[in-house]
Design a protein around this ligand. Structure first.
Ligand SMILES: [Zn+2]
Length: 181
């Protein structure tokens, strides 16, 4: 967890930033986190194995991989193509296939909703959402969701950011390419 003034991938500003990549760079630790999140998700799945775990690139890819390893299914990811969140070329979902969507962290739920829509656009069903860190204040994704930890991290729109108001400029630690790209 970094302290400072950060531009989150959601576009919000925050005095703290949790760098999941720093944990996930340790493969055995990533596997343990994936197992833990899978354990949180199993009660929602009710004993039925999903066909796939899907996450947004880049931050979610390792999470999807490790949760899928624990659940025993495929790990897929989405990426932005011309601004639209799209299942990576070459990946397919079966009609009505049960899918778990995972993220490293959820703040506004914006990218999570985009992945849910991309999965549904392929005719599959999103049965659960999981993330390592939930730093939202109780976002409703319309799907049951679980996290490993809930963090109360202040996050403001740029207009309301007290750090900006005091003259500081935010730095961008995130890994997601800007939607404007
Ligand atoms: Zn700011």
């Amino acid at each position: 967890m970094l302290e400072g003034h950060f531009l989150l991938t959601s576009g919000l500003h925050s005095p703290r930033y949790v760098q999941c990549a720093r944990v996930l760079m340790d493969p055995p630790l990533a596997t343990r986190l994936g197992e833990s999140l899978a354990s949180e998700l199993r009660p929602i799945l009710g004993g039925r194995m999903p066909g796939a775990v899907v996450a947004p690139a880049l931050g979610g890819i390792l999470v999807a991989h490790e949760v899928a390893r624990a659940l025993g299914c495929r790990a897929l990811f989405t990426e932005r193509q011309d601004g639209a969140m799209t299942l990576r070329r070459g990946f397919t979902l079966e009609p009505d296939e049960a899918v778990v969507v995972v993220e490293d962290a959820i703040t506004t739920g914006g990218s999570t909703r985009e992945v849910i829509d991309a999965v549904r656009g392929k005719g599959a069903r999103v049965v659960a959402v999981g993330c390592l860190i939930d730093r939202s204040d109780g976002v409703d994704l319309g799907v049951p969701h679980r996290s490993l930890i809930r963090l109360e991290v202040p996050a403001w729109r740029a207009d309301d950011c007290p750090l900006c108001a005091s003259g500081s400029r935010p730095e961008k630690p995130g890994s997601r390419p800007s939607p404007a790209r």
